[in-house]
Design a binder for this molecule. Structure first.
Ligand SMILES: *Cc1c(COP(=O)(O)O)cnc(C)c1O
Length: 396
């Protein structure tokens, strides 16, 4: 199935990947195989499955038919080996770090990564002697300078959260590989519809499927996509035993969301383009950061490595934190909530919410100013969103 879909369009891929008709029943929608364990025909078959010499399922923490469909679906569009599904995006990140780093190794990451990814490195993995540092990876010289003899993972988030700063994927892959390190890319913000890091030589891609891939704000889930079977073999044993696995019902919901990924991403992006221009010309807005605007310092890079600028916009209201809070308290159609990538528009204030756990000086250094507002544009009718902004700005 994966091979047949390789050269087809993104929309076709998202609708058909992992969606083969069920052989046992003819069901068009995938069955939810809600079973923790799987019977062996005989002892020889059980032994062969444990030895990895025979295909087939053993125990759901180690693999499950419904989850496998989702692992195949996301891998198809990312262009990697079969994925490893996890219970959350954070479980995906922690599994990769746990699998690839030893005591004394070092990870260098994007300074404005998703807050908890940074916290878990600095507060928790550090307790096991795993080092980390975070730099502005959009500055390739800064990234090169941050490489240490013990650097084993270069961890890039592009576009980064919530600064919407991009990192050059091909250049980061070259820097990582020259240092003998692996390039890990958090592709949550772009989604595989708009960006496929393995095409730029990334070794491992991770997703919070909670966001665009599921897309309906009703599931927390993650995915790891290794570039090939060799990398998969390095990650799989830890994934099987760490306990960060997914549940079959969660996989089924994410598979359903995945079918409309390309449609949703394009609809939200069309809205975001219009709203970014609206904000950029609004007299109460200080600045706007959106990769589809010519004013974005990396407009060219976005055009080169992404198939579109996506639907996340950051901006600052004139009057700083207070004015921003007033806007957030006044919108009605948009929901004041963290998370992103759903069909509904969500608006939030990173320095008091998603990135509040970061020390202020680190936050400012990472470009997350006190007044920065992040909006994840959804699939509503754009006139309604603009009317909501108009109404709220009038109160600011
Ligand atoms: C949400 C998010 C995560 C964490 O994912 P969960 O599913 O919430 O565990 C990681 N990276 C990015 C970019 C995210 O937006």
């Amino acid at each position: 199935m994966t091979d047949n879909l390789k050269n087809l369009g993104r929309t076709t891929q998202t609708i058909h990947a992992g969606q083969h008709v069920d052989a046992a029943t003819g069901a068009v929608a995938p069955p939810i195989i809600q079973s923790s364990t799987f019977a062996f025909a005989d002892c020889a078959q059980g032994a062969a499955r444990f030895a990895g010499e025979a295909d087939g399922f053993i125990y759901t923490r180690m693999g499950n038919p419904t989850i496998a469909r989702l692992e195949e679906a996301v891998a198809t569009i990312e262009g990697g080996a079969q994925g490893l599904a996890t219970g959350s995006g954070m479980a995906a990140f922690c599994t990769v770090v746990f699998a690839l780093l030893n005591q004394g190794d070092h990870l260098v990451g994007t300074s404005s990564v998703y807050g908890p990814s940074r916290v878990v490195m600095e507060r928790d993995f550090s307790r096991f002697g795993v080092e980390s540092s975070f730099v502005d990876t959009s500055d390739l010289d800064a990234l090169r300078a941050a490489i240490r003899p013990n650097t084993k993972i270069v961890f890039i988030e592009t576009p980064a959260n919530p600064t919407i700063v991009l990192t050059d994927l091909a250049a980061a892959a070259e820097i990582a590989h020259n240092a003998g390190a692996v390039l890990l890319v958090d592709n949550t913000f772009a989604s595989p519809v708009l960006q496929r890091p393995i095409e730029y030589d990334a070794d491992v891609v991770m997703h919070s499927m909670t966001k665009f891939i599921n897309g309906h704000t009703d599931v927390v889930a993650g995915m790891i996509i290794p570039k090939d079977d060799e990398m998969r073999a390095r990650l799989k044993p830890v994934h099987a035993y760490l306990g960060a696995c997914m549940d079959p019902h969660q996989a089924w919901l994410a598979l359903r969301g995945f079918k409309t990924l390309a449609l949703r991403v394009r609809a939200a992006q069309d809205n975001a383009g219009i709203i970014a221009e609206y904000l950029e010309t609004h007299h109460k807005v200080e600045w706007v950061r959106y990769p589809g605007l010519k004013s974005h310092p990396q407009y060219e890079l976005a055009d080169r490595q992404m198939d579109g600028p996506g639907s996340l916009i950051s901006f600052e209201v004139k009057g700083g934190v207070e004015a921003g809070a007033k806007l957030l308290d006044t919108v009605k159609l948009m929901t004041l909530a963290v998370s992103l990538g759903g069909v509904e528009t969500l608006i939030q204030h990173p320095s008091s919410m998603t990135h509040a756990a970061m020390p202020r000086e680190d936050r400012i250094a990472a470009g997350i100013t006190d007044g920065l507002v992040r909006v994840s544009i959804g699939c509503e009718d754009v006139e309604d969103l603009i009317a909501d902004f108009d109404r709220a700005f009038a109160e600011v």
